[in-house]
Design a protein around this ligand. Structure first.
Ligand SMILES: Nc1ncnc2c1ncn2[C@@H]1O[C@H](COP(=O)(O)OP(=O)(O)OP(=O)(O)O)[C@@H](O)[C@H]1O
Ligand SMILES: [Mg+2]
Length: 293
């Protein structure tokens, strides 16, 4: 087991991680999105079951990030509904996510360059912050006790990602894979019930990707995960269920084994060049991910 998958130190956390098993279900039903004349998504449905890792895959431009952005309120669906914790989420906004128990990392990294690593992660903890860091941001007198608690939570989260040694550094001075770990620490510090990950493995080495896989499997013990990812070997290893998109439409769904053996999936990935005997499992060795900063 890699360093990323160490059991968390729960010191300073109000709720021990082990005491929380996920119970909430994310249901996205009949989701359509149009950007001007372009139909980015047409009638796509998926359900992230409690404590499961749900993979969302498909070739470039398939609509994965669009679906992901609908789930986190960054893009408004033109049709369909989203249900979370048994209630329909209407007019979901990114600012509400943390209160709803949802956290995300975006495609790319998205850290604040002017804040240290520790401060970046503290931003992610604001659901739990009563005063302290946020008062400080707005120059309001702060409570040292709240600030210390927040700092401790952020350090715990960084330590889980093996990134606590970088707490005082600025993101721009760190290697890309470390920045990605910090972004993940920022998402985890809010102790979400649902974690949304858009291409967390892009730009990672094979070893780092294996550790990420261990971490995601480990996290599913305490939260549900929606994983958008190009790296088939990672997806096939950690996902319980997979939804496959192509050109904004759902072309397959099921367990990794089911999806792997679906000819529509092979065809989508290889296009016209597909040889009928080619299996998606053969793509596992191909690095389909592209690094984005
Ligand atoms: N804000 C936008 N305005 C207009 N078109 C968009 C917008 N965002 C995405 N699209 C289009 O919607 C389609 C789906 O894009 P999306 O980014 O969801 O794909 P993706 O599966 O995440 O691709 P990738 O693997 O490259 O990340 C593409 O045709 C894209 O050009
Ligand atoms: Mg994308």
């Amino acid at each position: 087991m890699g360093t990323l998958a160490q059991p968390p130190d729960t010191t300073g956390s109000s709720t021990p991680y082990e005491d929380r098993s996920p119970t909430a279900r994310l249901e996205m039903t009949g989701i359509s999105v149009a950007f001007g004349g372009i139909k980015a998504l047409t009638d796509v449905s998926l359900t992230v079951e409690p404590g499961q890792v749900h993979g969302l895959i498909g070739p470039n431009g398939a609509g994965k990030t669009t679906m992901f952005n609908v789930a986190c309120g960054l893009v408004r669906n033109t049709e369909g509904r989203i249900t979370w914790r048994g209630e329909e989420l209407r007019r979901l906004r990114p600012a509400q996510l943390s209160k709803l128990g949802i956290a995300r990392t975006l495609q790319g990294v998205g850290l604040f360059p002017g804040l240290t690593v520790l401060e970046n992660v503290m931003v992610g903890a604001h659901k739990h912050a009563r005063a302290g860091f946020f008062s400080a941001l707005f120059a309001i007198p702060t409570s040292d006790k709240d600030d210390a608690r927040l700092r401790e939570r952020a350090m715990t989260s960084l330590a889980e990602l093996d990134a606590d040694g970088y707490a005082a550094r600025y993101p721009g001075s760190l290697p890309y894979p470390v920045q990605k770990r910090v972004a993940l620490a920022r998402a985890l510090v809010a102790e979400p019930e649902l974690l949304l990950l858009d291409e967390p493995a892009s730009g990672l080495s094979e070893e780092e990707m294996r550790e990420l896989g261990d971490l995601i499997s480990h996290l599913s013990g305490r939260m549900s995960v929606l994983l958008v990812e190009h790296h088939m070997d990672l997806v096939m290893r950690v996902c319980d269920q997979i939804t496959v998109l192509d050109s904004g439409k759902q072309i397959a769904a099921g367990t990794p084994a089911e999806v792997q053996n679906d000819p529509a999936v092979t065809e989508a990935y290889l296009g016209d060049a597909v040889d009928d005997t080619t299996d998606v499992s053969e793509l596992a060795g191909i690095d389909g991910g592209t690094q984005r900063g």
